[in-house]
Design a protein around this ligand. Structure first.
Ligand code: SAH
Length: 255
């Protein structure tokens, strides 16, 4: 991958958002001038990490929780960009447990206002896909690649579309049908999760850069629920810490 052009964070704080505590475990421990603010049932951690002003928080699971938290990050905590770090189920062949997906864009696989609107299209937006910020995503992808090369050389980075919906997909047949329906509408999704498209839409509303990485915790098949919990605790949390610190160090160098 060629080195990315320098991209400076807009003035404000970089928000680091996850659905589950384990998906960003470790980062809070390194926070300097840490300040915890409890609001709307969540804890928001303000401070600096590797020289970058940040706000860290956990949305909890699902699109509504994610949209509500993203809005708070922007409106109340001065976020000027949001990076999501979490886990997802692998959909496309070759997207394996332990790999990492950096999203280029998101769609809601459970949004269907047909026949009024084409399936997956978000009414009044005239589109089903919300793109991630190219330069921030490139920085994130380079951070993933460097961290994987150092710590997990067998893992691969994939970049592409991620599908979100309010459902934990845990069946081989369900996963196959989901991919097939998306493909019929012209969408090739690499992974499935439950928050990203909501955050992408909120960021689009506010004109804020958004990027997301998802470590593949399961294959969205019949054993997904068994693989999931242990993986998040033992593997994904370490990936997140290493990758996000690398991203912050790049950004801190530009501050
Ligand atoms: N066992 C957890 C629940 C996890 S729900 C608990 O008890 O809290 C799954 C979370 O991981 C969601 O935040 C979602 O974004 C992501 N995820 C991982 N694999 C997924 C899959 N196969 N389908 C949907 N979401 C998945």
């Amino acid at each position: 991958m060629p080195p990315s052009p320098p991209w400076a964070l807009p003035p404000g704080r970089l928000a680091i958002l996850s659905a589950l505590v384990d998906e960003q475990r470790g980062l809070i421990d390194h926070l300097q001038q840490a300040q915890k603010v409890a609001h709307a049932g969540r804890n928001f951690w303000l401070g600096t990490l590797d020289g970058v002003p940040v706000v860290l928080t956990v949305s909890r699971i699902g699109k509504v929780a994610a949209a509500s938290t993203a809005t708070l990050l922007i409106e109340r905590f001065g976020a000027s960009a949001i990076v999501f770090t979490g886990v997802a189920g692998g959909l496309a062949p070759g997207v394996k447990v332990g790999d990492v997906v950096v999203a280029q864009g998101f769609l809601q696989h459970d949004l269907d206002a047909s026949p009024l609107f084409p399936r997956y299209e978000v009414p009044a937006y005239g589109r089903s896909r919300f793109e991630c910020h190219a330069a921030l995503s490139q920085q994130l992808a380079e951070s993933v690649q460097a961290a994987l090369a150092e710590g997990w050389p067998a893992a691969h980075l994939h970049c592409g579309l991620v599908a979100s919906g309010d459902r934990f997909v845990c069946g081989a047949e369900e996963s196959r049908q989901l991919q097939e329906r998306l493909r019929e509408a012209g969408h090739e999704a690499l992974a499935v999760e439950m928050e990203g498209a909501a955050v992408a839409q909120v960021c689009a509303d506010h004109g804020l850069p958004f990027a997301a990485m998802r470590t593949i915790s399961d294959r969205a098949d019949d054993t997904a629920h068994q693989d999931f919990t242990q993986f998040v605790q033992t593997v994904a949390s370490r990936y997140a810490e290493r990758i996000m610190r690398r991203l912050l160090q790049r950004m801190g160098a530009q501050h």
